[in-house]
Design a protein around this ligand. Structure first.
Ligand code: PMP
Length: 358
């Protein structure tokens, strides 16, 4: 830290993204990206004369993209917010809906950025432990009197809350915002976006990074009451009005127009997930019942960090978290079937070396 950095950041621990090593070609199963390219329509939209217009600022209202999303999800344009990745929306939401009077609550084991934003804005944060089986006890969030933030499916567990459960949380939190982060909802879960029609305090956050194969474009969107959306717009226009570049706007529009391609890719991921779960169970792994594009797995006799290191040395990257409660586990992104076959055969190699092959 330089001597000029504000002292209020002295104890801030920044978010650490999944590693992106360049020393060799890895099978990359550590950052929950899609293994599939964007649709041909997206590639064509970006490889276009729009490139020659990069001298001009993008549309700060993102009208075209919002209109597409509004139509796709059955809402008005005033119910849609778009942003530079869903991280941007989370940041704006923490800024807009939390302060010294209204703290925040979220599961202790969840997306790591929640605690970073809570620290960044010096919020009174209540981190709630998961149950023994890593599920969320919804009653922990009843009458929270704080902004509630829940990833559904949760990360890194992949466990899903039903729409009914989300509704119960909403019913007891009428006077504070409930943010449901649906980054992984397209891999088998049921979205609670329809509840936006009923609850003016529900903010549903989504991303183009996972099921829509556009992590590199940085695009996220939110659906909520027009009042919550205009609060987010206020923060956006007070920080960075041009937060989505021209090419990403076009990519997002084309992605919505080619939704069926993404639906099929999500089906491929679900099939590859089922294959991986079956194969790893045969090899002594236990895992949570994941509804996401990753699984969360632990081996009966080899520790989480050791498996992570053994896989990495053989060219397969997965994500290991050092938090004590989950240190036995690894989060393994679901790639193509071929990538998952490489994972399984690499695990066979490790188990043989350790003398635990079945
Ligand atoms: N929410 C969750 C639960 C995530 O895991 C992630 C990132 N992997 C994000 C939001 C942010 O995604 P992005 O900024 O790429 O939209």
């Amino acid at each position: 830290m330089s001597r000029f950095m504000s002292a209020r950041f002295d104890s801030l621990e920044e978010y650490v993204p999944g590693e992106q090593p360049r020393d060799m070609q890895y099978v990359k199963l550590n950052t929950n990206e899609s293994p599939f390219p964007p649709s041909q329509e997206v590639i064509n939209a970006v490889n276009s004369e729009e490139v020659a217009r990069l001298n001009l600022y993008p549309d700060p209202t993102a009208k075209g993209l919002k209109e597409r999303l509004a139509k796709r999800y059955g809402f008005g344009v005033e119910n849609i917010f778009v942003s530079n990745g869903s991280d941007d929306i989370l940041n704006f939401a923490f800024m807009a809906f939390c302060d010294e009077k209204c703290g925040v609550t979220y599961p202790k084991i969840s997306y790591g950025f929640y605690e970073v934003y809570a620290a960044l804005y010096s919020l009174d944060s209540k981190e709630v432990a998961l149950k023994e089986d890593f599920s969320i006890d919804i009653s922990d969030y009843f009458n929270a009197k704080r902004t509630v933030v829940i990833a559904n499916p949760n990360a890194p567990t992949g466990l899903l809350l039903s729409v009914e459960d989300v509704k119960k949380i909403l019913d007891t939190n009428r006077d504070n915002v409930v943010l449901i982060d649906e980054a992984y909802i397209d891999f088998g879960g049921e979205s609670c976006v329809e509840l936006v029609h009923e609850y003016d305090n529900l903010l549903v956050v989504r991303t183009f990074s996972k099921s829509r194969c556009l992590a590199g474009a940085r695009l996220g969107f939110a659906i909520a009451s027009k009042e919550l959306i205009s609060d987010l717009e206020k923060i956006k226009f007070s920080t960075n009005p041009y937060n989505i570049n021209r090419l990403s706007l076009l990519a997002g529009e084309a992605a919505i127009d080619s939704d069926s391609y993404y639906f099929d890719r999500a089906k491929d991921i679900i099939e590859a997930r089922e294959y991986t779960v079956t194969e790893l169970k045969k090899r002594g792994f236990t895992m949570t019942d994941s509804y996401a594009n990753f699984i969360f797995a632990k081996h009966e006799s080899i520790g989480g960090e050791e498996i992570y290191l053994e896989l990495k040395s053989r060219g397969v990257l997965v994500r290991h978290f050092s938090k004590a409660e989950i240190a036995d586990y690894n989060r393994i992104t679901i790639g193509t079937k071929e990538q998952m076959q490489v994972l399984v055969s690499t695990i066979d190699d490790i188990l043989a070396k350790k003398g635990c092959a079945k």
